[in-house]
Design a protein around this ligand. Structure first.
Ligand code: PLP
Length: 400
């Protein structure tokens, strides 16, 4: 027998994955489950990406790639930053990884000493605090209030900074709330950072293209270019290009950090799958209208879901400005009893009862460090979303 390393000992299993597993189990038993739990676009990957991957395979592009990324993809990423973010970056500031997630892992692995603090505004995507803890760091949560559109308060960031702070994580458009930051928000945060020159910023912009009502994502780096030696941009192909399974993410950051991240990756996974890199070049340089069409669909579904949820007595639901999640609050329903007699004392109990009783899989807000809420992905068909909202309305109506 053996013991698992202590760095993993009390690491919780992400509730996103736990809910998806429970939904799969129910499905396997024959239940008609609608899963709104995963952040996975329901569109096919761009055809040009598939063609390019195939062509690369046939052309023999099947050897070990350079660890930071193949030149054609690095060049396409440089073009992307110029086109989408008005940023001129050099190739030594870029690296390619197995998804945005590995970018985050590489960065924290390359920089955290045991006890270093990572400020994570809540609600947050689960992986930032989990990876931080796995590496001996200490996640420090600040709360983004719903009344403030789930945007972080610069004062709260200032107060959370200590001499041990290594990173501030910013993820906008945000998973799970869909909040985006305006120029004045970014300027206020940049001012706080200028007073704390020891703090690095991880700006996870993986949802940058998914913004609604004509609003546009702004990158912190374009607002505060003077902070370039402290900002790491995390991005990737998964969300905007419906390429979750290709596992391609990329980073733009200060040269010494990128070099250290490349060293981490070189000892973990080496470079990213060559065929996936070839596909990513084609997607990045390809049909920009593809993103626009997906966006239109997401925007229609957002109206559908948020509109329906806002009609349900006891739920509150702000209109998200970006990403593809609704994040309804369920405070008024906590303490009630479900139709089948379960005490709904937490959002976890609520999400479990919702799944077991009406077969709608969501993720409880506690997974994102912010309760009592639910996250519903609207990366699902209109029919599924309408039916899910009908079931949620029925479930809530039966609560006593
Ligand atoms: N960052 C955020 C905020 C996410 O929601 C996700 C995926 O859910 C990722 C990063 C990771 O994406 P990838 O699939 O590229 O690893």
């Amino acid at each position: 027998s053996f013991t698992i390393a202590s760095r993993l000992a009390d690491l919780p299993r992400p509730a996103t994955i736990a809910m998806a597993a429970r939904a799969r189990e129910l499905k396997a038993q024959g239940a008609d489950v609608i899963s709104l739990a995963l952040g996975q676009p329901d569109f096919p990957s761009p055809p040009e990406a598939i063609e390019a991957a195939y062509a690369a395979a046939k052309a023999g592009d099947t050897g070990y790639p350079p660890i930071p990324g193949q030149k054609p993809l690095i060049d396409a990423i440089i073009r992307k930053f110029r086109r989408d973010n008005a940023l001129d970056v050099t190739s030594d500031r870029i690296m390619v990884a197995n998804g945005g997630k590995q970018v985050i892992f590489n960065a924290l692995m390359a920089s955290l000493e045991v006890g270093d603090e990572v400020i994570v505004p809540a609600p947050y995507w689960v992986s930032y605090p989990l990876i931080t803890r796995m590496l001996g760091g200490v996640p420090v949560e600040i709360r983004c209030r719903e009344e403030n559109g789930f945007r972080p308060d610069p004062e709260a960031i200032r107060e959370a900074i200590t001499p041990r702070t290594k990173w501030l994580v910013l993820n906008f458009p945000n998973n799970p709330t869909g909040a985006i930051l305006e120029r004045h928000d970014l300027e206020a945060i940049a001012d706080v950072l200028r007073e704390a020159p020891h703090v690095l910023v991880m700006s996870d912009e993986i949802y940058e293209h998914l913004t609604f009502d004509g609003k546009k994502h702004l990158s912190l780096l374009s607002v505060a270019p003077d902070l370039a030696d402290r900002i790491l941009i995390v991005n990737g192909m998964a969300k905007a290009y419906a390429m979750t399974g290709w596992r391609v993410g990329f980073a733009c950051g200060p040269v010494p950090l990128i070099q250290a991240m490349v060293a981490v990756q070189g000892n973990a996974t080496s470079g990213v799958c060559t065929l996936a890199q070839a596909g990513s070049v084609a997607a990045l340089d390809g049909d920009a209208d593809g993103i626009g069409r997906m966006l239109e669909t997401y925007e229609r579904r957002r109206g559908l879901v948020v509109g329906a949820l806002q009609q349900v007595p006891g739920l509150t639901c702000v209109m998200p400005d970006g990403a593809f999640y609704a994040y309804p609050g369920i405070a008024a329903l906590i303490g009630g009893t479900s139709g089948q007699g379960r005490l709904l004392d937490t959002d976890v109990a609520f999400a479990e009862a919702l799944l077991d009783e009406v077969h709608v899989a969501t993720v409880p807000g506690s997974a994102f460090g912010y309760s009592p809420y639910l996250r519903l992905s609207f990366a699902a068909s209109d029919e599924q979303l309408v039916e899910a909202c009908r079931r949620i309305t029925q479930f809530v109506g039966d609560i006593r």
